[in-house]
Structure formats: structure tokens, C-alpha cells
Ligand binder design. Structure first.
Ligand SMILES: [Fe+2]
Ligand SMILES: [Fe+2]
Length: 283
């Protein structure tokens, strides 16, 4: 096989977009410092100035973060959160309900973005001349797809399936086994019927209590979120229409989307070292 080492950051971005079926770079994803002839990559979920220095110290050519480290990927983050409206509408939530349901979460994302120092890490990468990019939504799309496929394969069509059957199915994924956390049922119970379910991921961040209520009201019994705040959990526990909400575990779940990308880069001949919460099974 011909080794194809020496990719540039645009080519690496294209690989991620192709895996997700996207034509354009989404708002939460960006090349912050372009690079070419890249052979050695350090990839992690959160990558800051310390990790950029670590990469230089250890001789890497490129740092890839998952979460937006700043720059346009943080300032334009809201555009990706809006995808949750499309996901709700696809699941049968009326558009006007979906729009309203997202508003509280959207507002907190906007305020957080506005106050944040979006220049900190990307300016450090520029000063270090360290090629730096982040890939968020494309790999969350890969993650969501894998979770949906896994649950469908294990419990699809079984009317007596309970919540723990779906959790057991997720735990069959090698990246989930490598994580130190297990999915947690924050609302409802593991022994409740699974019912109609939805994997509410790949929308920037979780949709909070508002989006969860919209899904429950539309006839879904079980929601899979990657994470949830304590405030949202309390709100949902006090909601009479609530079903089950499972937080699947942040680092392990993000790895479910990132690990296939790491393997794809390795197939291209790159040396890729995962760190900072990225778990990749041995081939
Ligand atoms: Fe993610
Ligand atoms: Fe994440």
C-alpha cells in the first residue's frame, strides 16, 4: 500500500467532513493555524496552551482539539446549537414548539460565548507557530450515528426492552468500555420501559430541560444526552410528563465519535496520539 503521509490541515478537515456527510465546515469547527506536510498528530477533547507546548516538546506537527478552543469556532458556536431544532422537528416535534424549547439553552450559550476569552488558546498557537485545528460537530455526528445504530441493533423492535438494555448495548462499544464512567440515568429509572427513544446529540451541547420536555411531550420515553446540568435535572424531576433521561458520559461518548477519525488518519499513514479524554481501542 502506498503511504500517503504529509497531509495538510485542509485535507485532514475534508476527511472529517466526509465521514460526517457534511459539505461545509460547521460553525463550531475551524483551522486556527494552518499547517502542511503533517505526519505526527496530537489529538484530545480539550486542548489548551499547555497541550500546545507539550506537542512542541514532543515533536508533533499538528494539534487537534474536539471542543472549540476559541476563535470563530467559539464565536459561531450558536449556529450548531440551532441544529437541535431540525433534530426535534425530524423527531415529530412541531416547529414552533421546537423553536421555543431551545430558547433557554440558546440564551445561555450566547451569553457564555459573549463573555469568553475566545483568543486565549488560538493566540498561543499562533505565537508558537503550532498548526492547530478543532473538529467538533463532524465527529459528534459520527458519535450519534454509532449510538443510534448500536441501540437499534440490540433492542430495535423489542417492545419489552427496558432502559438498561439500551445502556448495556452502548457499553458494548469498545470506546465506552475504555472510559472510566458508565451511562447514568438522571431522570427516571434503568428498569423503566425504554419506549420510543432519541439520541439527542450533535447539536453543539445538550438541549437542557426545555428540549427534553419537548421530546417527552412529543411521545418519547427515553432520551440519551451526553451530559446534563444539575439545574436541568432538578427541573425535569419536577416535571410530571418526564420519562427517562440517560447521560451517556462525556469523555467516553465523545471518544465514540473521535476514535473512528483517529483510525482513518492512521490509515492515511499519519502517526496519531490520543490524549485528554480520547480513547481509541487497539486494532
Ligand atoms: Fe462532542
Ligand atoms: Fe464534548
Amino acid at each position: 500500500m502506498v503511504s500517503l503521509v504529509g497531509l495538510d490541515t485542509d485535507e485532514i478537515m475534508r476527511i472529517a467532513l466526509d465521514m460526517a456527510g457534511l459539505d461545509e465546515v460547521p460553525g463550531d469547527t475551524d483551522i486556527h493555524v494552518p499547517g502542511k506536510d503533517i505526519e505526527r498528530v496530537l489529538i484530545g477533547i480539550d486542548m489548551g496552551t499547555a497541550e500546545l507546548l507539550l506537542a512542541r516538546e514532543l515533536g508533533y506537527d499538528l494539534v487537534i482539539a474536539h471542543h472549540p478552543p476559541g476563535g470563530r469556532s467559539r464565536v459561531n458556536f450558536e449556529s450548531v446549537v440551532l441544529r437541535q431544532i431540525d433534530q426535534m422537528v425530524e423527531a415529530g416535534v412541531p416547529p414552533h414548539v421546537a423553536e421555543k424549547a431551545l430558547q433557554p439553552r440558546l440564551q445561555s450559550v450566547r451569553m457564555r460565548t459573549h463573555v469568553s476569552n475566545y483568543d486565549l488558546t488560538v493566540s498561543a498557537a499562533r505565537l508558537l507557530k503550532m498548526p492547530f485545528m478543532n473538529i467538533h460537530l463532524p465527529l459528534d455526528i459520527v458519535c450519534r450515528r454509532r449510538f443510534i445504530r448500536t441501540i437499534e441493533e440490540h433492542v430495535g423492535g423489542r417492545k419489552d426492552a427496558i432502559v438498561s438494555d439500551a445502556i448495556d448495548a452502548m457499553m458494548e462499544i469498545p470506546e465506552m468500555k475504555m472510559g472510566l464512567t458508565r451511562p447514568v440515568v438522571y431522570v427516571g429509572s434503568e428498569s423503566n420501559l425504554l419506549g420510543r427513544w432519541v439520541v439527542a446529540m450533535a447539536g453543539g451541547t445538550n438541549g437542557g430541560a426545555g428540549v427534553a420536555k419537548a421530546y417527552f411531550d412529543a411521545g418519547y420515553s427515553t432520551l440519551f444526552y451526553m451530559h446534563l446540568t444539575e439545574t436541568d435535572r432538578k427541573e425535569l424531576q419536577g416535571y410530571s410528563g418526564a420519562g427517562n433521561l440517560v447521560a451517556t458520559g462525556h469523555m467516553a461518548s465523545d471518544s465514540v465519535g473521535i476514535s473512528p477519525f483517529v483510525q482513518r488518519l492512521r490509515e492515511q499513514g499519519l502517526e496519531v496520539t490520543p490524549m485528554s479524554g480520547v480513547f481509541v481501542p487497539e486494532q
